[in-house]
Write a protein that binds this ligand. Structure first.
Ligand code: HEC
Length: 175
């Protein structure tokens, strides 16, 4: 190979390498000034990136095209509003809403809280404006305290006993 050709080839290789790294340099864009939110984004990038897109955590795991979508591609959180934070915590614990595809408890404890707060805060930034539907930016992020408060709709403990008792009593009273 002639010298100019070699130089050209090397130049082309460097250009290609530079381009390739440029593509991979999308960074987490949550400021470190808020350590918990930033940590949430880092964890999201590490644990959730394979299946979900969220540009603030530099992830692209959601399906790009419905024709090439795979069974385990999760929703795109740039588009989908995931508020309040209780909704995200529930999905993390339950494995999505159906509990069928997404693994449960990919993160737990404080890490789950950090991830949930990050997702609630930074999701839905590209959500389409739909007339009659409250915009994501207008939807409250909610609090973790709220999310962890005992639910009034899930019957547990003695109250569930009395509920069961009541329904049995009703059945008995039927002719
Ligand atoms: C193996 C792929 C996979 C991984 C890993 C994964 N998810 Fe999911 N996720 C899904 C799928 C698929 C759905 C939708 C299915 C469903 O709701 O049952 C989903 C649903 C969700 C939902 C509910 C979205 C909605 O509006 O329906 C949330 C919130 C969520 N994931 C957050 C996370 C977070 C946070 C992580 C990381 C800790 C994570 N996911 C990791 C695949 C995954």
């Amino acid at each position: 190979m002639s010298r100019p050709a070699k130089v050209l080839l090397l130049g082309a290789l460097f250009a290609a390498a530079a381009l390739a790294t440029a593509c991979g340099t999308q960074r987490i864009s949550v400021p470190t000034s808020d350590p918990a939110l930033h940590e949430g984004a880092v964890l999201f990038n590490q644990r959730c990136s394979g299946c979900h897109t969220l540009s603030y955590a530099a992830t692209h795991g959601s399906a790009q095209n419905v024709r090439t979508a795979q069974f385990n591609n999760g929703p795109n959180f740039d588009i989908r509003c995931e508020r309040p934070v209780a909704r995200v915590l529930y999905a993390i614990q339950n494995g999505g809403f159906s509990g069928v595809v997404m693994p449960q408890n990919v993160v737990v404890g404080q890490q789950a809280i950090d991830v949930a707060e990050f997702v609630a805060r930074y999701s839905g930034t590209k959500a389409p404006k739909i007339p009659g539907v409250v915009q994501c930016s207008q939807t409250p992020v909610g609090t973790v305290a709220e999310a962890l408060a005992p639910s009034t709709t899930t019957p547990t403990g003695p109250s569930s006993q009395s509920l069961i008792g009541r329904s049995r009593a009703k059945k008995k009273s039927k002719p």
